[in-house]
Structures are given as C-alpha cells and as structure tokens.
Design a protein around this ligand. Structure first.
Ligand code: FES
Length: 325
C-alpha cells in the first residue's frame, strides 16, 4: 500500500510505501525534513498532521505534550501514513538550517576507479545519521593520521550510506592512509556538513551540471538529489576530464543516460580541447540556455571559460552556482 503525503507550506509531495516511517519516505523523496536521532528520542522530527490518518510504528521515548497531540503533532520517525495525508513540517531552506554534526562512521569499502581516485563508501550508526544537503562537504578525521575536507558524493535521501570521492595527493595524509592502510570497518570521525553549493529547490528550471575531473563528486550528489525530487523536466551532465580514465564513473553516468528519458550525459575530453560552452549550445539546441539552472564544479580555468559562455548567453546570475575544486 502506498499513501501520498503533501507537505505544507512547501507543497512538496512524496509517497509513503508500506509501513515505512514518514521521515524515511520524505528523505527518500528528496525532502530536507528536520530530524535528529531517527529513533524517537530527540523530538526534532515533529510534524503536524493537517488531514489524513497516521499510525504509530515504533515506540518513542520523546514525550509530546497533550497540547501538541491535541493539534495533531506526531513524530515522523515513529509513524507511517495509512491514508493520503497533508502534513505541516519544517524543511531546511538552505545550508544555514542544517546544524554541524560530529558522527563516528565506519568504512564499508574502498574502490579505486582510476589511478588517482578513491571512492570511500561509509556507513553512519543507525541512530546518528548525517543530516545534510546534496553538494555539501565534510571533514573526515582519522586518529593519529589527520583530517581532510571532502565533498559528500551521495544523496541525503540515503543518510546512513555516505560516499566520498578522494583524489590521491601525496600532501593529503588521510587520502594516503585510506589508499594504503585503511580497511573495511575502520572508524573515521565526520564533522559537517559545510557549504552552500546546493540545489535551489525553489526553482523548477531544467538543470545543467558541469563537472571537471573529481568535481564530479559534488555533482553526483546534486544529480541524485534532483532525481529523488523528480521535478526537473530535463537534466544535462557535462563531464570534462583529461582522458577516458578520468571519467571514473563513466558507466554510472551512461546507465543514468540509458535509463532516464530526461537525462543526457555528455563526456568531454579536455585533451582534445572540447569545451563545455560549445557543447552546451550544441546539446540544448532549440532550448533557451537562459531558461536553465547551472551547477559547475571545476578548477579556475574551466570556470573562466564557462563564465564567458554564461555572459554571452545572458544567463541570470541567480541561475548559476559554482564550486571550486
Ligand atoms: S528524529 Fe529524533 S525523534 Fe524523530
């Protein structure tokens, strides 16, 4: 059974499947709902049921007051929906609404998709998940080794399974330790999230993502979040890299391209002089470039070139988000 949930005042909608909690379903749907422990202890996931029926699925220690219960409040992490519901809930509007968290996370696995890139898959404790917005970063620390600041390359809709893409750099002790010595189940400390390179959820414009090399890490989180929200009519991904090996998740991007009607993946070869600006114009064809929102994560040289393109097309500044590698 699935029930439709509509959130006010945002108007966001999502489906609650079976007996999953309203909080889980909302996060899976890409909403930045307010929450903390996911376990009935903190009360941060308090939501008011405006209409429809919910059912308690988990005991909770947090006690709602009689006044709160009287006007329909319940805990999103401990209740499911048994009919279509309208819910009044807080959602993060920007990175300022997300508190800094300190969380011990465990390594699940480390992959080497290219000679100079590691993909570190980690897991948070069930009761201490990371609340973040797609595109943000976090500091990872390892006892006796040091700390590094890395993009979170996954979607907030899966807040227990966090992925990091880390470039191998001799000056980065954390990257070297992860490459040479770390193993599954090792403990890291995460502090974050930080950063404002996040989706503008108030816009329903089609989206253009541009990544250079490992800048794909932040872009991947944003794309997965945009897919979860399912509001963009079209999504283009331009990934510029030195050689085929540097498009280190080429297969994932091709799979998105093949599976989704509204998704186009265009890998660009920097060595062959392929430039995002020319390619964007070619791909958008009859569409007006000024009707898109743009998210770019690159080094300064690519950024300068893309900025010229934006100026030439009179792209409004509010439709462009940059993150520097
Ligand atoms: S998230 Fe803490 S009580 Fe629901």
């Amino acid at each position: 059974m699935s029930a439709q949930a509509t959130v006010i005042p945002s108007g966001h909608e999502f489906f609650v499947e079976g007996a999953e909690s309203i909080l889980e379903a909302g996060l899976r749907g890409g909403l930045a709902l307010n929450y903390g422990c996911s376990n009935g202890n903190c009360g941060l996931c308090k939501i008011r049921v405006v209409s429809g029926e919910t059912r308690k699925i988990k005991h909770h220690d947090y006690a709602l007051t009689e006044a709160e219960k009287g006007i329909g409040y319940m805990l999103g992490c401990c209740n499911t929906a048994i009919s279509d519901v309208v819910l009044e809930a807080d959602e993060a509007q920007s990175s300022k609404d997300i508190p800094t968290q300190n969380i011990p996370i465990r390594i699940k696995k480390i992959d080497h998709p290219a000679a100079d890139v590691l993909i570190v898959s980690t897991r948070t404790p069930r009761t201490s998940r990371l609340r973040f917005l797609a595109g943000q970063r976090a500091t990872l620390s390892i006892d006796q080794v040091g700390s590094g600041f890395y993009p979170i390359a996954s979607c907030p809709c899966d807040d227990m399974n966090l992925q990091f893409h880390i470039g191998l750099d001799k000056q980065d002790p954390v990257a070297n330790y992860l490459d040479e010595s770390a193993k599954a189940n090792d403990l890291l400390t995460l502090e974050g999230p930080v950063g404002s390179f996040v989706l503008n959820e108030n816009s329903s414009n089609p989206l253009v993502f541009i990544a250079e090399g490992i800048g794909f890490a932040s872009i991947k989180g944003l794309i997965e979040h945009a897919m979860a929200l399912d509001v963009a009519e079209k999504i283009f991904l331009f990934w510029i890299a030195d050689s085929d090996d540097s498009h280190y998740l080429n297969n994932l991007c091709r799979a998105w391209n093949d599976a989704l009607d509204n998704f186009e993946y265009i890998p660009l070869d920097a060595e062959a002089g392929e430039h995002p600006g020319d390619s964007i114009l070619e791909q958008l064809q009859q569409d007006d470039p000024a009707g898109f929102d743009y998210y770019l994560c690159s080094g300064d040289k690519i950024r300068a070139g893309v900025e010229k393109f934006f100026d030439s097309q009179a792209i409004p500044k509010k439709q462009v988000m940059f993150e520097t590698l």
